[in-house]
Design a protein around this ligand. Structure first.
Ligand SMILES: [Zn+2]
Length: 410
């Protein structure tokens, strides 16, 4: 008889968030076992207390690995290598892993490599966020010549939302071949950038990654204050730019509303080291959900470590979806508990279970497997406690793994 774990293994993911660069971005000639580490490299920096890992010898790499293979990031690497090549991620296996990687890429076109990786990860839908978006040549790649047909895209313009140097404005003028001398010119430029990104019609979301640059407290400045901040910026006068940045945030919300795009917001933990991780606190966004009841918000990364608060927000606001992208690998054990709790409080059509959220392609396999394992552990608990029948568990799994995301991002 098929168990709920078997069912979850076969059920596809629609991932709400990834960072792939497209077929033409890859040169696989020097691919090696380090291709898999992705986020685990950050845990290695923390473990070692220093940066600069590309010059680590293989021996030093695996000396550090023993401290990192026990975290979610490390476990995903080992799961991925096991699933792809049936090999353990060890110093002894380096030559074999490298050889298998070269064989894997040598026999396929880049489009076939993408297809095979996503098929092994059983992912059949994706909202892709190509960073950094200020470079227009990247927005122009949001199409199916560069990506599988099931890819959708998010436009990301946060450089512009925290603009603090006239040079950045002049760069946009040059790229768009327009003149920006007023706040309303800048607003038009933002609209042009969004529409140019969406020229192939594949954009479904605007992304807000601002937590990496500022806290998420957006005031509602007067137009006069925003215009004054803009002219201070352009003339090099001193003065707070917050009224300008907050105004641009609200303009971005209006753009999403007019184009029927979902607003994806980074909440919670920040990738990297030595960042002010308080900036991702989602509590400060509550006035925004109240102000824009007709906008659809997708809140990322389970808001970890504010995941309980995110559950309350998902329960309270009909316009908010709560999303576990990246979160399974940051803290898989806590995510099992959070999914268990969220499901007992939040309507199951408001929970989005997965996004690989990786700049590299090969790690997608391990991250997807790790999330499936966590979802299976959680749903098995629901069944063993007598809380869910198997039928209910299957219904919930299909909703959170792909149906909810397809409805939101079709
Ligand atoms: Zn991301």
């Amino acid at each position: 008889m098929e168990t709920i774990r078997d069912f979850i293994q076969k059920e596809p993911f629609f991932e709400t968030h990834n960072h792939q660069y497209g077929y033409s971005a890859h040169d696989w000639s020097s691919i090696n076992y380090r291709e898999f580490r992705e986020y685990a490299a950050i845990d290695m920096m923390v473990a070692a207390g220093v940066e600069g890992f590309d010059c680590l010898s293989d021996e030093k790499f695996f000396q550090l690995w023993q401290f990192v293979r026990t975290t979610g990031y490390g476990q995903a690497v080992e799961l991925g290598v096991k699933k792809l090549f049936n090999l353990d991620y060890t110093l002894e296996n380096i030559a074999l892993i490298n050889q298998k990687l070269h064989e894997f890429v040598a026999n396929r076109t880049n489009a076939e490599i993408y297809a095979e990786i996503f098929s092994l990860a059983n992912i059949t839908g994706c909202v892709n966020d190509i960073v950094p978006i200020a470079d227009l040549s990247i927005t122009l790649r949001m199409n199916h010549e560069e990506f599988p047909d099931f890819f959708r895209f998010a436009v990301r313009l946060e450089e512009l939302q925290v603009v603090d140097n006239p040079k950045e404005i002049h760069d946009i003028e040059a790229q768009l071949n327009c003149s920006i001398t007023s706040l309303s010119d800048l607003e038009r430029a933002v609209e042009k950038l969004i529409d140019r990104g969406n020229s192939a019609g594949n954009v479904r979301a605007l992304k807000i990654g601002l937590a990496y640059r500022r806290s998420l407290d957006f005031d509602v400045p007067t137009l006069a204050d925003a215009e004054k901040a803009f002219s201070n910026l352009m003339s090099g006068k001193k003065g707070s730019l917050k009224p300008l940045h907050d105004h641009l945030f609200h303009h971005y919300m209006r753009c999403a509303l007019e184009r029927n795009l979902v607003v994806q917001i980074h909440t919670g933990y920040l990738n990297g080291t030595y960042s002010d991780i308080r900036q991702g606190n989602p509590e400060r966004l509550i006035p925004i959900f109240m102000q824009y009841p007709k906008l659809k918000f997708d809140l990322f990364h389970a808001g970890w470590p504010w995941s309980e608060l995110l559950g309350a927000i998902g329960k309270h606001f009909p316009n908010v979806w709560i999303d576990m992208c990246w979160a399974w690998t940051m803290n898989p054990i806590q995510m099992e508990r959070i999914l268990d709790e969220w499901l007992s409080a939040v309507p199951n059509n408001k929970i989005l279970a997965y996004g690989s959220d990786t700049l590299s392609l090969f790690p997608v396999i391990g991250y997807a497997q790790q999330a499936r394992n966590g979802i299976a552990n959680t749903l098995e608990k629901k069944i063993s406690r007598g809380e869910y029948s198997k039928q209910t568990a299957q219904f919930v799994v299909s909703r959170i793994m792909h149906e909810n995301a397809w409805e939101l991002y079709e």
